[in-house]
Design a protein around this ligand. Structure first.
Ligand SMILES: Cc1cc2nc3c(=O)[nH]c(=O)nc-3n(C[C@H](O)[C@H](O)[C@H](O)COP(=O)(O)O)c2cc1C
Length: 188
């Protein structure tokens, strides 16, 4: 009798766990970072969301200083250029949720992000843009993403001020947890 009760308990707990557990979504963090702040935030997001990471690296690296980069980035924007990306992302189709991070450049996404959105199709994906910025109070550069990727769904947005990045780890983690990513697993 005791044995029977034990077997029953094991079976019930196994079914209980199976009923409660949800499939985890496959999550990717993509970022472009010129001077490291966006990379820091992207790494925290990836740790917290158990995600893979892909860095958008320009084929022609930008100068290391802010001052030298300004005129280059300005002319890229004025001429709506599409700076080339060094490496290709191989398996976008295997991800359900994609965080996409960049530094704010002149109130917009750097043009290399436009190259990125030109090259990949995010139809059916959940997108979470994240941006680091110096001080612009309003622009975050993400208003164009729905036009560039009309078949994707934006499920959250995060902006972190550059001067606060170092102290923002717990804010970033809270943000990731608030998204309840398990709700976005592709059940197919
Ligand atoms: C070319 C250029 C343009 C920028 N334009 C803006 C801007 O319009 N508004 C803003 O708040 N910060 C601006 N910044 C500051 C960056 O957004 C900020 O330093 C960002 O956190 C850098 O991220 P990173 O370290 O990942 O490159 C600009 C920086 C550069 C290099």
């Amino acid at each position: 009798m005791k044995k029977f009760a034990l077997v029953l308990a094991v079976l019930l707990s196994a079914f209980g766990v199976a009923a409660e557990s949800k499939k985890s979504p496959s999550v990717l963090v993509v970022y472009f970072s010129h001077r490291g702040s966006t990379k820091t935030v992207g790494n925290w997001i990836a740790d917290c969301a158990d995600a893979d990471i892909f860095e958008i690296e320009p084929q022609k690296a930008y100068p290391s200083t802010y001052e030298e980069t300004l005129p280059i980035a300005r002319s890229e924007q004025d001429e709506t250029m599409r700076p080339l990306i060094k490496k290709r992302l191989q398996n976008l189709e295997s991800y359900d949720v994609v965080f996409i991070g960049y530094p704010l450049w002149f109130g917009k996404m750097p043009m290399i992000l436009y190259t990125f959105f030109d090259e990949y199709d995010f139809s059916g994906k959940k997108i979470v843009p994240f941006v680091t910025y110096g001080g612009s109070p309003v622009a975050r550069g993400w208003d164009e993403i729905p036009q560039l990727e009309p078949e994707a769904q934006i499920i959250g947005k995060l902006a972190v001020k550059n001067g606060k990045v170092k102290k923002s780890k717990s804010t970033v983690e809270k943000f990731v947890k608030s998204l309840n990513l398990k709700d976005f697993a592709n059940q197919n």
